[in-house]
Design a protein. Sequence first.
Length: 376
Amino acid sequence: MDWKPVIEQTLMTTRLNIKRFGEAFPIVSLGDGKYHLTEQTNWTEGFWSGILWLSYEYSKDPDIHAAAVQTVDSFRKRMEAQQALEHHDIGFLYSLSAKARWIAEQDEASRQLALQAADVLMQRWRPASRIFQAWGPEGDPDNGGRMIIDCLMNLPLLYFAAEQTGDRRYAECATIHAEKSRRFLVRGDDSSYHTFYFDQENGHALRGGTAQGYQDGSTWTRGQAWGVYGFALAYRYTREERFLETARRLALHFLEHLPSDYVAYWDFEAPQEEGTARDSSASAIFVCGVLELLEHLPESHPDRALLGEAVQRSMDSLIQNYFTAGDLSEEGFLRHGSYSVRGNSSPDDFMIWGDYFFLEALLRLERGVPGYWYGR
């Protein structure tokens, strides 16, 4: 397929969005095709920065470059103020902003900012349970000792810090967390829990649960997609075969539960019927994860053809049925993403992370250029 016309459409939307958004950051739309904007207070701001850096690397447009640099400056101010950093999503914020600028143009100040962010993430490490606590302060009665599958995508920031500084503690803690995710978040049938709880004092495993899924034992599709990509990235950094095998198993489970149009419903156990919310962002993340996985599977592996076909069919469907082709009045790329169906928060709207991963997938397919989860 010729991916260039789709990429060019995203660039047109992005150029307009730079003017629309100013110095604010999009998060989700609210049913009207227009993004709700935030001011460095959420976990999502990095995705807009990532879109800008990917768009600049593809186009070399100086206006896009100026907007991308401005976002990194904003993230620097957020770090200086220690504003809204008390959570585990530091990698989502700073891998796609500061680390992205370092990868794109070797800016030393941005490298230092990314390393500062890795130190902030290390403050979430809990020695007793040997995890990075997702939410809440240490000792929190509800969230202390709680890990979530999303955190796998924050670990690359720690591996980056280990490579840059020579301090192996970053990588050691990241690998321990990835292994605990493999053992406790991935179930025997290759589905996944969104979250898992451990005793804060002795680290004993307690129970799986969910914050976003249909029910505690169901499989929230965006979480499953985070797992595919996150474990594939853990393999890239560690070369531990168990992580690659886990990514492959999660990918096959995701594929086996897709509807006929190859774009996921929001939860695999939610009723798959007319009116049930889809999550195009989950499928965009899944595609990126499978493309990463395919870089590591041997050419002779029996699942390569099946997974490659899944990428093609998913992208074809996203482009034909979910992409806002030609409609520049809408501010997002992918329709029918879901933020929190369970909480009735933007259950059928644009998601800025869906847009980011859709563009990342397009650039992987067109130019073999990945996102900003590792250096090039």
